[in-house]
Each structure stands twice: as C-alpha cells, then as structure tokens.
Design a protein around this ligand. Structure first.
Ligand SMILES: Cc1ncc(C[n+]2csc(CCOP(=O)(O)OP(=O)(O)O)c2C)c(N)n1
Ligand SMILES: [Mg+2]
Length: 578
C-alpha cells in the first residue's frame, strides 16, 4: 500500500524525494501559518499527528479535559489577537469540544480545531470512537470540513486559518481521518485557496460613511454603543479618535469592555441588563445611536420595541448578516471597524455638545455604581475594587458566569483592549479558569486573574493542575457565596425566594488548590481582604483565594427580562447607600 502511494504520479511536482505523510504536512502548514503554541489532548486516531508533534517547534499545552483545552485556545486568542489552535481525537474528544466551540462562535473568537476521525472507509460504520464531528459542530462553527484526500490537506488547513481570522472571526473545525494522516504526498508548495463564496468586505461604502457622518454632525444627543468587534477589529485607537474629535459619549457591551478607556470623560461604562444607569438612560434619550461591532443582543436592548426610542441608528459591522437582525437600522455600514471609524473621523465636525454632557454628568452623579461599604461582611464589589486598585487596572481579567462576571465588569476599570475576557454570548460557566490559563500562555508578561464564581469554578477546576504543570502563575479570586448566585437572585426577585436547587455544599477550595499543587488561601474577614490580594499578587505559583462573600448579595441595577432599559430595578437601593 505504502509503496504504491509513494510512486503515485499524483504526488506533488517536487517528486519522490520530498514525499511527506499527512501528519507532517499538517505540522508544516501550522508552522507556515505562524503557529508557535497549541493546545490538545491525544487519542488513537491522532497518533500519527502527535508523533510528528513530538519534535515540532511548537509549544504544546495539554489540558485535563478537551472543553478546558478549547477555552484555553479561546483565552489565548482573545488575549493575543492570534488564532487559537487545538487538536483532539475523534468521538469523545471531538464531542468534548462542543461547548468551547459554541462559546467561541457566540463571541466571534478565531479558533482552528483539528479533530481526528476514523479511517475514511469506516466512516458511517459506527466504528470505535466514531462521531459525526462535522454534523455535530456545524451549528457551532463558522465553517467546518473533513479532509478526504491528502492532496487537499494543506489547502484546507490554510483555508481554516483564513476563515477563522478574517471578516467576523470564529471557530473552524477540520476533521482529519487517520488514513489521511499517514497517506504520503509531495508538497507542491502551492498557497492557493479555493473559497469562491467567501468574501470579506473591509472598507465600507463611501456613501454610507458620508450619510453616517452627516447624521453625527446633525445630532444633539449621540451615543456610541460599541461591542467586541471593536476589539477583534483592532479599532480601539480609531474609536478613541472619533469620540474625542466629535465629542461622543461611549458605552460598551460586556465584550466591548476595554475598547475604550473607562477613565476617560466620554465613557458611560457598560450598558444593558446590569449596565450603569447613566449608560441606559443615555441610550434611551439619545437622538442618534452609533453601533460599532455590536449585535443588539437582548441583554443589551431589553425590550426591543422600546429600545432607544428616539434615535436614528447607524450600525457599523463587518458581518452583513447582523445588520437589522434584531433592531431596524437607518444607516448600515458594512465594513471593517477600524477602516470605517477612521474614514468617519475625517468627515465629522467638532461639536462640544455641552448640554448633552451636562445631562449625562447629572445621571453619573446621581446613580454611580455603589455598594454598602459599611457592611461588616466581605462584599464582592469590595474584593473586585481591591483587585483593580492593587493591579492599577492593568491586569487581564477572566470570569466565570453569573454575579461574579457582572461584578467584575462593573467594579474593575478597564483601560485597554484584550484586557477583559469573558463568555458573553453563550454564558459558559467554567470558562474563567481555562481562559485565564490560555491568556497567560499567550501573555506571559501579564498578570492574569480569574474573578470567578464558586459553581463556575467547580465545572473546570481540574485545569488548575494544568496551570501548575506549565508553571503559569494565574490567580483565581473566588467570589464564593455558596450559591449559584445569579440564579438565586432571579429566584429571590421573581420566584418568591424559593431557592430551588441553587445551593450546593462546596469543598474547601484552599485545600483543593494545595492538593493540585497550587497555593490556596481562605479569607473570611473583611479586614483581611487587602492583605490577601497583596499576597495573591506576589505569588509566583498558581494561586486560589477563596473569598467567603456576603451570601445573598445582589447585582444592581437590573433591567428585568422584557423591561425596557430605563425601567431599572435597584436604583433606590443604590441611592440609599450614598
Ligand atoms: C454551563 C452552564 N450551566 C448553567 C448555566 C446557568 N447559570 C447561569 S449563572 C449560574 C450560577 C453561577 O454560579 P456561580 O458560578 O457560583 O456564580 P455566582 O452567580 O454565584 O457569582 C447558572 C447555573 C450556565 N450559564 N452555564
Ligand atoms: Mg456562587
């Protein structure tokens, strides 16, 4: 068989002397694509590939579970702007990726996932560890494909990187039957791609940009509403230039945090369900809403019919499919956020908009984010503030999902892109720790802190061992309320305090951390918080600090599901803490 393939006349033009097997072609194509780090977990049908990875010049991180590995690749991608790469085996390995892929898909994160597959002739036979990986992952990927001929291997992998990282980024799965990994082929060095239906628009239509500039110049009460697309499109500097020149207040989605320096006067911080009152009021009263790289998610809009009722809407997005999907848009601009914002900045005029900024200043003064500082118990907001203060607002923060995520978003102040890494669209509990590991792998120079919930942490805490193994000094700040706090909050508010199935007894996290080879600390007294944060930051080993916080603390303000943005609950509670 092998001999026959070696003399295959279809082998590349370089001839017999350069025949390589598929696994080597995969590794060479990864290196050609600039991959120096990858994540992955072995298994039977990826053994040929793992054999070639044995001496490849690629840093390889093995997680404890493929879901963790996929979140690591995702955290790596979000922290660095590069494509995250993961390789896993067929069947259970590929199935374990699904949550990670869906998380990356919802948040437009570039990942290339290589999955092993059974031999091509066995596909459809219920072979050992066979799963229909392309079928299972189709709805949670931007693109997927199975390679059935070694001739297509290099090209398919190149296409995967191109699709994952261009336009609206996203995860791509390439399924690799084991016989393709051992088949031999001559690499003819061609860099061609065959993607006739895939077009990426970059510049934006000049007439649409002009209409947008005219609308901005005419507006008395504009608001820029920006999302993760500004970060993935490397458009932060362009955003700042526009906001500064035209004097535009800026509010960010959860995924947009970091795209605009929160210390700047134009920042309205986060909007939406747990956004600031001043952002939500400004959106409801604005006469022009300029959405950039954001998708009008329901956690942002509240009741869609009542969203920004007086505003004309401009929507700048690289993905034409997201325009007018949830909210009718008056001036669509399909294009790259950076290119469009730069073109807009040239065409807008300086306008001080004093009255509008004064109105915003009144809201900011009346409704800042607050919590009860006099309380004797440990408030999660206090822990987050301490972490922010002691890191000078410079750390990379990842989160779990729930109240912890909202407190991190509200009380850490972000200054630059790629600093806040959180599962926004899917809301994946268990994301925080592996994402922190991936971010630390990509940014060894940075302080990386996972502000996590106890039950989110429970889901993937086994990855702490991965951090120990690779000497990644990540820090975990557990906001431990014992509860699935965000669900408990909804039960308190909407289900008459019937806390059905939202309490589970937790382990002693400090001992768990130590058993896994990390540093563990427990903090039960408010007065110990600053010192514990200091110790955590000084640690050179992975470290978990278990803060026993006020158990029934709530996140305020809150726009209940189905309410409009100006109908916020909890403002009276916040005011009473003044
Ligand atoms: C994988 C997964 N399962 C279930 C949920 C639903 N959910 C959202 S928040 C939450 C509670 C989170 O608890 P914890 O991590 O302790 O965070 P807290 O809200 O207490 O800060 C749950 C169960 C989810 N988002 N993800
Ligand atoms: Mg909790």
């Amino acid at each position: 068989m092998c001999m026959k393939r070696e003399s295959n006349p279809e082998a590349g033009s370089a001839g017999q002397s350069t025949l390589k097997n598929g696994a080597q072609i995969i590794v060479d194509t990864l290196i050609e694509q600039g991959v120096d780090t990858m994540f992955g977990y072995p298994g039977g049908v990826v053994l040929p590939l793992f054999d070639k990875l044995y001496d490849a010049p690629i840093r390889f991180i093995i997680p404890r579970h493929e879901q963790g590995g996929c979140h690591m690749a995702d955290g790596f991608a979000r922290a660095t702007g590069k494509v995250g790469v993961i390789v896993v085996t067929s069947g259970p390995g590929a199935c374990n990726l699904v949550t990670g892929l869906a998380t990356a898909m919802m948040d437009s994160v570039p990942i290339v996932a290589l999955t092993g597959q059974v031999r091509t002739e066995l596909i459809g036979n219920d072979a050992f560890q066979e799963a229909d990986t392309t079928g299972i992952t189709r709805p949670v990927t931007k693109y997927n494909s199975i390679v059935k001929d070694v001739k297509d291997l290099a090209r398919t992998i190149r296409e995967a990187f191109y699709i994952a990282s261009t336009g609206r980024p996203g995860p791509v799965v390439i399924d690799l039957p084991v016989d393709i990994q051992v088949a031999k082929y001559g690499d003819n060095g061609s860099r061609e791609m065959r993607l006739p239906g895939y077009r990426v628009r970059t510049k934006g239509h000049a007439r649409q940009i002009l209409s947008a500039a005219v609308a901005i110049n005419a507006s008395q009460r504009p608001v820029l509403y920006v999302g993760g697309g500004v970060i993935s499109g490397n458009a932060s500097a362009a955003l700042r230039a526009l906001a500064e020149k035209a004097h535009l207040p800026v509010t960010m989605t959860l995924l947009g945090l970091g795209s605009f320096d929160q210390d700047r006067a134009e920042s309205l911080d986060m909007l939406g369900m747990h956004g600031t009152a001043y952002a939500n009021y400004a959106v409801q009263e604005c006469d022009l809403l300029i959405a950039v790289g954001a998708r009008f998610d329901d956690r942002v809009t509240g009741k869609v019919k009542a969203f920004a009722p007086n505003a004309k809407i401009i929507h700048i997005d690289i993905d034409p499919a997201s325009i007018s999907k949830n909210v009718h848009v008056d001036i669509p601009v399909v294009g790259d956020a950076k290119a469009v914002l730069e073109a807009l900045t040239e065409q807008v005029e300086e306008r001080p908009r004093k009255e509008w900024f004064e109105r915003i200043a009144q809201w900011k003064k009346k409704y800042p984010l607050r919590y009860d500082r006099s309380s004797g118990s440990i408030k999660p907001q206090y822990v987050t503030e301490q972490v922010c203060e002691q890191t000078d607002g410079k750390a990379i923060i990842t989160t779990g999902v729930g109240q912890n995520q909202m407190w991190a978003a509200q009380f850490y102040r972000f200054h630059r892109p790629r600093q806040f890494i959180s599962s926004g669209g899917l809301g994946t509990m268990g994301y925080g720790l592996p994402a922190a590991i991936g971010a630390q792998v990509g940014r060894p120079d940075a302080t990386v802190i996972d502000i996590d919930g106890d039950h989110s942490f429970n889901m993937t805490m086994t990855e702490l061992r991965t951090a120990v193994e690779y000497e990644l000094p990540i820090k975990v700040c557990l906001l431990n309320n014992g509860y699935m706090g965000m669900v408990r909050q909804w039960q308190e508010l909407f289900y008459n305090k019937r806390y059905s199935k939202t309490y589970l007894a937790n382990p002693e996290y400090a001992r768990v951390a130590e058993a896994l080879g990390a540093v563990g600390m427990t903090v039960e007294k408010k007065s110990d918080v600053p010192k514990a944060v200091r110790q955590m930051l000084a640690e050179t080993r992975p470290c978990v600090v278990d803060f026993h916080i006020e158990r029934e603390e709530n996140v305020w303000p809150m726009v209940a599901a189905g309410k409009s943005l100006n109908e916020m609950d909890g403002l009276d509670i916040l005011e009473s803490m003044a």
